[in-house]
Unconditional design. Structure first.
Length: 163
């Protein structure tokens, strides 16, 4: 989960800069595996528990950010330590051997799943969103891309044929 606060945290583009660079070089940033399901998503036992965990954390973060400064709720200060520490990127793992978690928690007793790590990112000077003033662009000048309706229709048609 990534949250951004103008002038206090790096923006989404800065936090995900490595992903964007890799993608521009032609690399894939997400799995392309089918798992033998012929293009359909297979069910995963108890995935709702994982979704619930991540969603609960995201809701708590969002509510903390939305509370007014004069609110008396303790939740208002929930993210202050993370923000002050420069952490605006929370990763969560539901599997003990996911990504870099084994190298961090591998020797810690009792570790397997439901782990989290706060990451920090640096503002990029060249960032068009939050970089130095002479690199910034007005977001309203960026043309929005409309969905390619023919591609969506073709995908829906393929899905119906497979069912």
């Amino acid at each position: 989960m990534i949250f951004t606060i103008p002038n206090r945290t790096p923006c989404y583009m800065c936090v995900t800069a490595n992903r964007h660079k890799f993608q521009q070089l032609g690399g894939s940033v997400s799995a392309e595996e089918d798992y033998g399901s012929n293009g359909r998503v297979m069910g995963e036992v108890a995935i709702s528990a994982d979704i619930h965990l991540v969603s609960s954390a995201a809701v708590k973060m969002a509510l903390s950010l939305l509370l007014p400064e004069d609110a008396e709720a303790k939740l208002k200060d929930f993210l202050n330590r993370a923000i002050d520490g420069g952490f605006n990127y929370l990763t969560m793992s539901m599997a003990g051997d996911y990504w870099f978690y084994p190298s961090i928690f591998g020797d810690t007793c009792g570790q397997y799943a439901y782990q989290s790590v706060w990451l920090t990112a640096q503002n990029q000077d060249e960032c068009p969103v939050c970089g130095s003033v002479h690199h910034r662009i007005d977001p309203l000048t960026v043309p929005l891309q409309t969905p390619q309706t023919e591609e969506i229709r073709a995908a829906l048609k393929r899905t119906r044929l497979q069912d």
